[in-house]
Design a protein around this ligand. Structure first.
Ligand SMILES: O=P(O)(O)OC[C@H]1O[C@](O)(CO)[C@@H](O)[C@@H]1O
Length: 546
């Protein structure tokens, strides 16, 4: 057994979990009319209702004991202080510095990093202002109409999610495109829609060695030059967002057009950095600052609120409760806002790349579950797709319902209908429908006897299915900043409880290595070499058909 699973806090939760067997949330609500007041929290214009969970005050007490036992507060303080808590890469984890009060000081290796953050933001502001006001033109003197961000993983998902979430704030002249997939279709379809004279490519890659990004960037450059633009025009149409000046120069982008950041910014936490430049161009520097301010407000809350009133801590321990004590394998992210349609994809990387680990910080195989499988779709689309399983399947699927109270598009009665679905879903999941209720309904509809009894089991909803509801007044740059930082810190809390390193991602390396080894065979440059029979069989089939 690991230190964690034999620890006092864990064993107490194990025992408590058994005591919670058979406890239905329906009864918890019936017994306590103030349950919502006890199990909800607000931070400014963000409200978290976590009352529809299989928890009592005792459960939460035990979960916070676990969080304290695992040093959540100490690790949190170490993160904010710039200590190298990313142990396998010996790096600080300081995405919080990107949105910090720049008058302060945060040191990495004895150096205050905030002046560099301020300088980078200034550079981004000057550039984005120029693109937006039309003073930055293409090589033929026309203002930029299309921004094409080429990046993948954290260099794509953060920018595309935030950009899409904030479409109502976009500059009217500027269209945004995000190319990530190495599948040629992605870049080819994008290039069809743009004009080289008015396009600006942002090559976003922390390392500037990522194969997908460089392949797409090279294709974009060839396409641009092929349009008749001279080599010197590249400087007007290509910029780099990266930590790697050497590779940026090698690619042919002038480092004057490079927006830098630092190795203490993890890819999946980098939208607050120069990687956010496409967002800043789309929404303007002031709105981007409001996004940073939202993140900063959540940071201040996470640092100072006692765990019991701490939004990220509450979300974090609830996930641990279901994953480790109720065998939940997944977690659904269900934004009831079309503009948030990329949030589930964004959180897939943020969460699964961070906590998808099976070795603890001491290098031992864990004997407990770590990060969940994250999935989701915007509501109400998900309701007509996979919610059947959430309501009546055999699995416990904790859900986060996320919704703005005000819509950017208050057309007809759409928004009340949308919101009624949020409330209805969480209520239905919690309360369910008993056999007696179904019997009464069926009787009323005229059914009776054997026919009624035959249909009855299919129409029963067990209920007791957990959900959180996160309401914001409206999705604006500030509340989005709050929301993104909320999830970042939730992931941090969970990784700390699980004693894993949340800020590395070694698990993505093997596939990259093997792809490099297989590529020459597909290009016909080499014989396939030694592989298993499946890989060889597939290679042969591909060769046959190409
Ligand atoms: O920004 P880069 O260096 O191109 O990396 C892109 C992505 O690739 C990964 O390293 C893993 O695939 C992610 O963590 C990262 O966000």
């Amino acid at each position: 057994m690991s230190d964690l699973t034999r620890s006092p806090a864990w064993t107490a939760l194990d025992a408590h979990r058994k005591a919670m067997d058979g406890v239905h949330m329906r009864d918890l609500f019936a017994a306590d009319p103030k349950r919502f007041d006890s199990f909800s929290l607000r931070l400014g214009d963000l409200l978290l209702d976590y009352s529809k969970n299989r928890v009592t005050a005792e459960t939460l007490g035990l979960l916070f004991d676990l969080a304290r036992q695992q040093g959540v507060e100490t690790w949190r303080d170490r993160m904010f202080a710039g200590e190298p808590i990313n142990g396998t890469e010996h790096r600080a984890v300081l995405h919080t510095a990107l949105r910090a009060d720049l008058a302060g000081s945060i040191e990495v290796d004895g150096q205050n990093v905030l002046p560099e953050v301020a300088a980078s933001l200034k550079h981004m502001r000057e550039f984005s202002d120029a693109v937006r006001d039309g003073s930055w033109t293409g090589h033929t003197g026309k203002p930029i109409t299309d921004i094409i961000n080429i990046g993948i993983g954290g260099s794509d998902l953060g920018p595309v999610m935030v950009s899409e979430a904030l479409v109502p704030y976009h500059h009217p002249r500027i269209r945004m495109h995000f190319v990530s997939n190495v599948d040629g279709t992605h870049i080819a379809e994008t290039l069809k829609r743009i004009d080289p004279e008015t396009s600006l490519f942002l090559i976003a890659s922390k390392t500037f060695t990522t194969q997908e990004t460089l392949t797409n960037a090279n294709t974009a450059r060839r396409w641009f030059l092929h349009s008749g633009a001279p080599e010197a025009a590249i400087a007007k149409h290509f910029a780099a967002l990266s930590t790697n000046a050497t590779e940026v120069s090698k690619f042919g982008i002038d480092t004057a057009n490079m927006f830098g950041f630092w190795d203490w910014v993890g890819g999946r936490y980098s939208v607050w950095s120069a990687i956010g430049l496409p967002v800043m161009i789309a929404i303007g520097a002031d709105a981007f600052e409001r996004f940073l301010a939202g993140g900063r407000a959540m940071d201040a809350h996470f640092r100072s609120a006692p765990l019991e009133q701490n939004l990220p801590a509450v979300l974090g321990v609830l996930g641990v409760w279901y994953g480790n004590f109720w065998d939940a394998q997944t977690h659904a992210v269900l934004p009831y806002d079309q503009y948030l349609h990329r949030l589930p994809a964004y959180l897939q990387q943020a969460d699964m790349e961070s906590n998808g680990k099976s070795v603890d910080r001491q290098g031992h195989r864990v004997d407990y579950q770590t990060g969940p499988v994250i999935f989701g779709e915007p509501g109400t689309n998900g309701q007509h797709s996979f919610y059947q399983l959430i309501h009546q399947g055999t699995k416990v699927i904790p859900c986060d319902f996320i919704a703005p109270v005000e819509s950017h598009n208050p057309v007809d009665d759409h928004h009340p209908i949308l919101l009624s679905n949020v409330l209805a879903q969480t209520e239905a999941l919690m309360v369910g429908k008993t056999p007696d209720q179904v019997r009464a309904e069926l009787t009323k509809s005229g059914l009776s006897g054997a026919a009624l009894e035959a249909l009855l089991p299919f129409k029963v909803f067990e209920g007791n299915r957990p959900s959180n509801t996160i309401l914001v007044r409206e999705i604006d740059p500030y509340t989005l900043g709050l929301l993104v930082a909320l999830y970042e810190h939730k992931i941090f809390v969970q990784g700390t409880i699980w004693n894993v390193y949340s800020f590395d991602q070694w698990g993505v390396e093997l596939g990259k290595q093997l792809a490099k080894a297989i590529q020459p065979a597909l290009l016909g440059e080499k014989a396939p070499g030694a592989h298993d029979s499946s890989t060889l069989g597939l290679l042969a089939a591909i060769r046959d058909w190409s």
